[in-house]
Design a protein around this ligand. Structure first.
Ligand code: NOJ
Length: 725
């Protein structure tokens, strides 16, 4: 019998109270099933639980649901499995820096296997919010500033979590969140309001969600935020018109934690009853944590305020997912059927992911890779160098710090012939206590080279952990300067959950490696790259600002009517006293900082040099039913085997609405041996050029296009082509 038929048969047997019960998600109870939860499940007042990961408890909950409730409907069991379960991978922002969807897919697969072995059948990931304001703590959970990179990575995460089929071993339902626009929270402050014009919403914020839906993502979570005056959890335009209507989404929509109740806090509704009605009418199927549906939906139906057909549709979505997950066939989990937790295959995958996520930003005089043969004493300095927990990053509810190997022990294990001295320097990254500086400087002075491991602890990013000042916190700048003053070669390894503003840091260090929060195998991965056992290949998934005041700064900005030129250099100190103010001839820039970012989106160095040459297009003119092939030579001009992330950008210079100055349209990791040259090809179709224009329809507009290929968003090798009508 088809799932649709089974759902209708079940619905026909349900009382209104049982229907409302399916919409309720409640918190699990830990090791023991609390009596109220046991009773609620038995009575059919709960359709799903979250935050319950003891497999015995989950099995007990499922047993009660299946055997003791009237209709025997199994439970959805949700958990935030964001970048690993016990085996922790790099934060999603770090995974994005690998520009390798296979890394994301494998990480999600392993997370799903480990979580499913604990009875979890639904994760609240991937987060697909576009992150253009690094003050926002949740940029750590997403894939950066770009809609296309986020779309590719998000779809990979969905495939990894859900596997080939939702009812397969180790498949868990994915959840594209937070729908929509959450990343645009004003001033980078969590839960804040957003102001997103529809053109920007459709072209920047929604595409990753559309890609996730296309990839078969089973569920979508609404955002906490207000958008255009209607909080996302009650937003019929987003949930009904776009998600269900335009995209044909037939999965489950879940509220964020308490976000239905919060509709009245926003001021959209007067009370919980109105909130329940607004959310139901918008099509929110599952209410997470708050209980407005449970308290009011039945009476709203009885009073004719919400149609029973509306409630039936919500319930049907949930039952459909339960059938798709195979829960009606078997709801209990046999942990022994799974490959295991933190096994070598999982740790190796985490190590590969960490290695590929590392971005080399500076390497003066080829300081890196460190030459082990020439080093006897190396100073390791910084409060993050020996912290297994901190490198795991945000959102690691279940992460096992016992599996985590930080930098210091990894260095000592890999190079026992070198003496690695260690001084913490600062108690934490946030500390102003400089009492450890003398010891740090003394260690640097008696060493051949210094590895500084600084940045942000895990707690400084993630939900509700936003920072207004995204320079290095505490006295880290002073520590860097004190150590640098020794004149020793200094490599700075930065761990952070966001892009930091580093203009004042870069000149003081010889080399700089951006490690994000690299997950449990961060230490070995960083060691491999520092000593050349691996060659860095990560690229920035976000632009790094020079200073905070540049935020938001992202490569895909609009051109404006007065674009700054690349040679715009402002020296505020040179402006004469009482200078006459003229607006004519000026462009869009700040007086006190260069208009470019410190490091552009897509940037990352290698231990070799890559050259791009001989760009050719298969045609100058592209018809709508044709494919354009873009080819070029990639040359590894150095002496080391290495991997380059080749990137293709376009610009639509004249369109019915203004378009970004560049848009990423394709990328690929290419491994080349030292000296090797290879012809690389990408294909483009008219669909790749499409966007929502003045008529709010998605289409490619005929005319001229510019195209660039290269190793970052400042690529210079370019060509033009024309899309024909
Ligand atoms: C609130 C967060 O915004 C969301 O991302 C998360 O999935 C839920 N809490 C559940 O923990």
């Amino acid at each position: 019998m088809s799932i649709a038929k089974r759902v209708q048969e079940l619905l026909a047997q349900m009382t209104l109270e049982e229907k409302v019960g399916q919409l309720q998600m409640l918190q699990g109870g830990g090791w023991h099933v609390p009596d109220h939860l046991r009773e609620a499940i038995r009575a059919g007042r709960v359709g799903s639980v979250l935050n319950e990961v003891h497999v015995e408890t989950v099995n007990e909950l499922q047993r009660i649901a299946v055997q003791e409730s009237r209709l025997g409907i199994p439970l959805l069991v949700g958990r935030d499995v964001i970048h690993g379960f016990k085996t922790v991978f790099p934060i999603p922002l770090g995974q994005a820096a690998s520009w390798n969807p296979a890394v994301v897919e494998r990480g999600a697969r392993i997370a799903a296997l480990e979580a499913a072995s604990h009875g979890v059948n639904w994760t609240f990931a991937p987060m697909l919010d576009i992150g253009r304001d690094p003050r926002w703590g949740r940029v750590a959970e997403g894939y950066g500033e770009d809609p296309y990179l986020t779309s590719v990575m998000g779809a990979a995460a969905v495939r990894g979590f859900q596997g080939d089929k939702l009812d397969g071993l180790g498949s868990i339902a994915a959840c594209a969140k937070h729908f929509a626009g959450y990343g645009a929270s004003e001033s980078g402050k969590d839960y804040n309001s957003t102001n997103i014009p529809e053109n920007e919403l459709r072209n920047v914020h929604l595409p990753p969600f559309a890609a996730a839906v296309d990839a078969g993502c089973a569920t979508v979570m609404t955002s906490f935020s207000d958008i255009d005056g209607i909080p996302a959890t009650a937003n019929q335009f987003l949930l009904r018109q776009v998600l269900r209507g335009e995209w044909d989404f037939d999965g489950v929509v879940v509220s964020d934690w308490d976000s239905i109740r919060q509709l009245s806090v926003h001021g959209l509704t007067a009370d919980n009853r109105e909130s329940a009605r607004e959310a139901a009418l918008a099509g929110v199927d599952v209410e997470m944590a708050s209980t407005t549906y449970a308290e009011h939906l039945a009476s709203l139906v009885n009073d004719g305020k919400v149609a029973i057909e509306t409630v039936d549709a919500l319930v049907a979505n949930i039952l459909t997912l339960k059938f798709r997950l195979g829960l009606f066939e078997s709801a209990e989990t046999d942990a022994a059927a799974f490959p295991g937790i933190g096994i070598p295959a999982h740790l190796n995958a985490a190590r590969t992911a960490a290695t590929e996520s590392l971005v080399l930003l500076k390497n003066a005089h080829g300081m890196l890779p460190l030459q082990a043969a020439h080093l006897k004493h190396v100073a390791v300095i910084g409060p993050l160098a020996d912290e297994p927990f901190e490198q795991l990053g945000t959102w690691i509810f279940d992460g096992d710090a016992n599996l985590s190997v930080p930098l210091l022990p990894a260095l000592r294990a890999r190079h026992p012939e070198i003496e690695f001295g260690y001084v913490r320097g600062l108690p934490t990254t946030r500390s102003q206590d400089r009492s450890g500086f003398d010891e740090a400087v003394a260690l640097a002075e008696r060493s051949d080279a210094v590895i500084l491991m600084l940045g942000e602890e895990a707690i400084l990013s993630g939900e509700a952990h936003c920072r207004a000042d995204i320079t290095l916190p505490g006295a880290q700048q002073a520590l860097i300067e004190a150590v640098a003053a020794t004149g020793k070669p200094v490599v700075l390894v930065l761990m952070a959950g966001r892009a930091l503003a580093l203009q004042s840091v870069v000149p003081h260090v010889h080399a700089m490696l951006y490690a994000w929060h690299p997950g449990c195998m961060g230490g070995p991965a960083i060691t491999d790259v520092l000593f050349g056992h691996a060659t860095p290949s990560g690229k920035l998934p976000v632009s790094l600002p020079r200073v905070i005041g540049q935020i938001p700064i992202y490569y895909g900005h609009k051109r404006t009517g007065k674009p700054a030129t690349p040679d715009t250099i402002v020296r505020m100190e040179d402006i004469p006293a009482r200078a006459e103010q003229l607006s004519i001839g000026n462009t869009s820039f700040h007086l006190d900082v260069h208009p470019s970012p410190l490091f552009p989106f897509g940037f990352g160095l290698s231990y070799t040099t890559f050259q791009y040459e001989q760009l050719a297009l298969s045609a100058r003119e592209l018809r709508r039913d044709e494919t354009l092939t873009v080819s070029f030579d990639l040359i590894n001009a150095g002496a080391r085997d290495a991997t380059e992330v080749v990137q293709l950008y376009i610009h639509d210079p004249v369109a019915s609405t203004t378009r970004p100055v560049r848009e990423l349209k394709a990328f690929r990791r290419v491994a080349l041996a030292a000296g090797e040259q290879r012809r690389i090809s990408f294909t483009l179709t008219a669909d790749d050029l499409a966007f929502y224009g003045r008529d709010r329809r998605r289409k490619a507009e005929a005319g001229q296009f510019h195209l660039w290929v290269g190793g970052n968003s400042d690529a210079t090798l370019h060509h033009d082509f024309f899309l024909l009508d």
